[in-house]
Design a protein around this ligand. Structure first.
Ligand code: ZN
Length: 326
């Protein structure tokens, strides 16, 4: 393994340290990428693996896991909690989705390579060493700088229905205001796909976006990770459960993409109820005064759960996603 942890995974107590990944470069011949990790353990029991900063500009998870690592008292738990609060540390430090070192999108790099780029080596270590230790993996995402989401926890449709039911139970325990059975545009190389292929329970989230966060959205993340610990029996007591709207994403008609570049004018906000064919945005052509905007429509009836965040769009950008209430 290219990566070496400086804390133990099998000893009781709260251990905070790093995964050290050697990274030889111009400004440090024998330098390292230092990836923060906390292991909080108390005797035998289940293992939960929490990940944030898989993408570096998604803040709810980063905040919730920094707080969990700083506050979870090992005396109160049974089992083990492994916390990776900033997994793609180079991307997090640069406030970017992808790594400034190799341009790697960590959540498209799984299962990684032991002899690959920095990003591929991180993926390989997580896939081969950390995921096998876990009973449940929770990977906390948001929209980053270019998307904004109605906050939801999510699972995927899986071949193994028992595994899907266990993942849905964990999603319900996370108890975000919305819960989605999610269709991925591009599932190849995702941590999700790797964890699910290993037969583990997996919950992901999309909790906000725009490259920042709010009081309410960080509260959702904080409650969700604690709720998962109650759900697994790592913390005593029951999860704190409020209402959550169940959403489905049956097919690719849920996604609307920009038919060309331009200036984005939203015509629907997150949470709006839409009929199939309702306009969700129009795109004005820059530098072409007097021309009409191009309308973009919802492909399905449902609730707008995601939208493009910046004011300008490029050809092929995802402008909006509709979730169908179940
Ligand atoms: Zn993400």
């Amino acid at each position: 393994m290219a990566i070496h942890p400086d804390i133990p995974f099998d000893r009781d107590g709260a251990h905070h340290g790093h995964l050290r990944l050697p990274y030889s470069r111009d400004d440090s011949a024998w330098g390292s990428v230092m990836i923060p990790v906390s292991v909080i353990r108390n005797g035998a029991g289940p293992t939960a693996l929490f990940v944030a900063g898989n993408h570096g500009d998604e803040y709810e998870g980063l905040i919730a896991l920094h707080e969990l690592a700083a506050t979870l008292d090992p005396a109160t738990i049974r089992g083990r909690v492994i916390i990776l609060p900033a997994l793609n540390m180079p991307a997090v430090a640069a406030a970017r989705r992808t790594s400034p070192i190799d341009g790697g999108n960590l959540n498209r790099a799984f299962p990684g390579r032991p002899d690959g780029s920095v990003t591929e080596k991180i993926a390989h270590y997580v896939a081969r060493v950390l995921v096998p230790m876990a009973d449940l993996v929770c990977d906390l995402h948001s929209g980053g700088k270019t998307l904004d989401f109605l906050p939801f926890a999510a699972v995927h449709v899986l071949q193994d229905k028992e595994q899907q039911a266990a993942s849905e139970a964990a999603m319900r325990a996370f108890n975000a205001p919305h819960s989605a059975v999610m269709l991925e545009i591009d599932a190849v190389g995702m941590l999700d796909t790797e964890v699910e292929a290993q037969g583990k329970v997996f919950v992901t989230t999309e909790l906000g976006g725009g490259g920042s966060t709010t009081v309410g959205r960080t509260a959702i993340a904080r409650k969700g990770v604690r709720n998962l610990l109650h759900h697994l029996g790592i913390l005593p007591g029951a999860p704190e459960i409020g209402p959550s709207m169940m959403l489905d994403m049956p097919d690719a008609a849920c996604f609307t993409f920009a038919d060309g570049p331009g200036l984005l004018e939203p015509l629907a906000d997150l949470g709006d109820r839409l009929a199939a064919g309702d306009p969700i945005a129009r795109v004005w052509t820059l530098g072409a005064p007097g021309t009409a905007p191009r309308l973009h429509h919802a492909g399905r009836a449902g609730v707008l759960i995601s939208r493009h965040f910046p004011g300008l769009v490029q050809h092929g950008d995802c402008l909006g996603v509709v979730g169908v209430p179940v």
